[in-house]
Design a protein around this ligand. Structure first.
Ligand SMILES: Cc1cc2nc3c(=O)[nH]c(=O)nc-3n(C[C@H](O)[C@H](O)[C@H](O)COP(=O)(O)OP(=O)(O)OC[C@H]3O[C@@H](n4cnc5c(N)ncnc54)[C@H](O)[C@@H]3O)c2cc1C
Length: 458
């Protein structure tokens, strides 16, 4: 229960219109995109500027109130859910792009800016912000930085951490720190920027960011290739990489996913097609035709069944149709799916898929795999089907073990949050975990900032 003195002080600090304690509002802040985890806060505050964030943090520290930062609430692992109560700090008012510095390829912005807004703003002047999660329309830059979000262009352009040059962060004790700079080369001091990137709002509240942008590629080409098995598709990926071509996007659908989409929208898949690759290359227009030719030759060398190239924007949309229709198509198989987001070294994707097939057989469940082949990131959907009864939870643990056996990571781009917190030890050994706990304690000695996330208390 929040102390009345704390509530009164908070109201005084930001005004009654920017904090709420009503039961209805608490429900609205009790969830994110994860279907299972729910926890209501006891209050929600929407600060306007870093000074207010700092004062709120100091107040929360004085009264021992947990604070959970929240961006767009689109996380898949419960990162913004206040599992230990306290207040949610909604960052939606931090929604300004402060400076677009075209000459230095930089943008300075507040964390509540929706990613698509940033992308559209720089696109107008021939620039591109490459991180491109499927949630760009509603996820915020702050949430992307806190999660080190990935997306479909990571294979060529990297993930969010590759674009964050500097941060302004309010620490749990209210101190305001600045990390990094506008300089590409910068070894002045520890790389604290990268410590905050991916820290899931557990070390500080981001109030400003300097991000890097790149010249927008002149053109792009889109292709799909189908194969009888994922092994064949994997051979093709190796052959493509051997040509020296680096696709910007290299997505895949496995047999169950292909069949589900074919059943749902009939995109023309043949029964023998058990894997689909969706690829895009981008760069200067004149170079792309030769890249497409190399990719096509590599696919043909590996037994491609159908190779399609987009000749127009309309064709491109058509080729993307199968990938975009996937979530909806899987709902035809079952409405309840246990999702996972893992990564393995890319050459081990076929091995990982074989292990997943074994798990499916062992527990008599359906497993659909799809995702970002080019960077080893598999999104796994598991279900017992429409009439299949309760999901065997042990299957999820078997997935974790399989990931670890292949030296993969139990979280690729959706974070640990509170959903995977008990499994982190599979990837992080005890001495390393101890170091992480010490870092957390240094920033947040009372453990009040986003508690219950990333790692268990020691
Ligand atoms: C349909 C859909 C598709 C998605 N596709 C992708 C994808 O392709 N790739 C991908 O990587 N993810 C994807 N996601 C997951 C999600 O969008 C990302 O994790 C995103 O980064 C979350 O941003 P958010 O603003 O919604 O953050 P929230 O969900 O609100 O919060 C996420 C974490 O960030 C912290 N946080 C938020 N703002 C701040 C701040 N200012 N300071 C400190 N901490 C903060 C929160 O405490 C929490 O721990 C998808 C989600 C959905 C629903």
């Amino acid at each position: 229960m929040l102390n009345q003195e704390f509530i009164d002080s908070l109201k005084q600090l930001v005004g009654e219109d920017r904090c709420t304690f009503s039961p209805e509002d608490m429900v609205a802040y009790s969830y994110d995109a994860n279907p299972e985890k729910r926890a209501k806060p006891e209050g929600v505050v929407s600060p306007l500027n870093r000074e207010e964030v700092s004062e709120i943090m100091k107040l929360a520290y004085r009264y021992d109130v947990p604070v959970t930062p929240r961006g767009g609430g689109s996380g898949y692992t419960g990162g913004c859910i206040p599992v230990e109560g306290g207040i949610v700090m909604a960052m939606d008012r931090f929604n300004r792009i402060l400076e677009v510095d075209k000459d230095n390829f930089l943008v300075i912005l507040e964390p509540g800016v929706v990613v698509k807004t940033l992308q559209e703003e720089v696109d107008k002047i021939g620039l591109m912000y490459p991180p491109d999660p499927a949630s760009t329309g509603f996820a915020t830059i702050g949430g992307n930085i806190a999660e080190n979000a990935g997306g479909i262009r990571a294979v060529k352009y990297g993930v969010t951490k590759h674009y964050v040059m500097g941060l302004e962060v309010v620490l749990p004790n209210g101190d305001i720190v600045k990390t990094g700079s506008k300089c590409i080369k910068d070894v002045a001091g520890y790389n604290l920027t990268e410590l905050f990137v991916g820290s899931e709002g557990t070390l500080g509240v981001i109030t400003k960011a300097v991000v890097k942008v790149v010249p927008k590629p002149e053109a792009r080409r889109t292709m799909t290739a189908t194969f009888s098995t994922l092994e064949k598709a994997a051979e093709a990926v190796s052959a493509i990489y051997a040509t020296g071509v680096r696709p910007a996007t290299l997505e895949f659908l496995d047999r169950i996913s292909v069949e589900a989409v074919e059943k749902a929208i009939g995109f023309g898949a043949k029964p023998e097609e058990g894997a689909l690759l969706l690829m895009e290359v981008d760069g200067s227009d004149h170079a792309l035709d030769s890249e497409v030719e190399k990719i096509q030759a590599a696919c043909e060398q590996c037994g491609v069944i159908t190779f399609r190239k987009a000749e127009s924007d309309e064709d491109r949309e058509d080729l993307w149709k199968a990938r975009r229709a996937l979530s909806f198509a899987l709902c035809e198989i079952a409405t309840e799916w246990e999702d996972d987001d893992i990564s393995v070294p890319i050459a081990r994707i076929p091995k990982m898929i074989r292990k997943l097939d074994e798990i499916a057989e062992r527990y008599n469940i359906i497993i659909a795999n799809f995702g970002h082949y080019g960077d080893g990131n598999i999104h796994i959907g598991m279900t017992t089907g429409k009439d299949g009864g309760p999901f065997p939870k042990q299957a999820k643990q078997d997935v974790v073990k399989a990931v670890v056996e292949l030296e993969g990571r139990i979280a690729a781009e959706h974070g640990i949050g509170c959903v995977k917190v008990e499994n982190l030890h599979w990837n992080i050994d005890e001495p390393t975990m101890k170091m992480m706990r010490s870092i957390k304690a240094l920033f947040d000695p009372k453990g009040l900032l986003n508690p219950g996330k990333v790692m268990l208390k020691g």
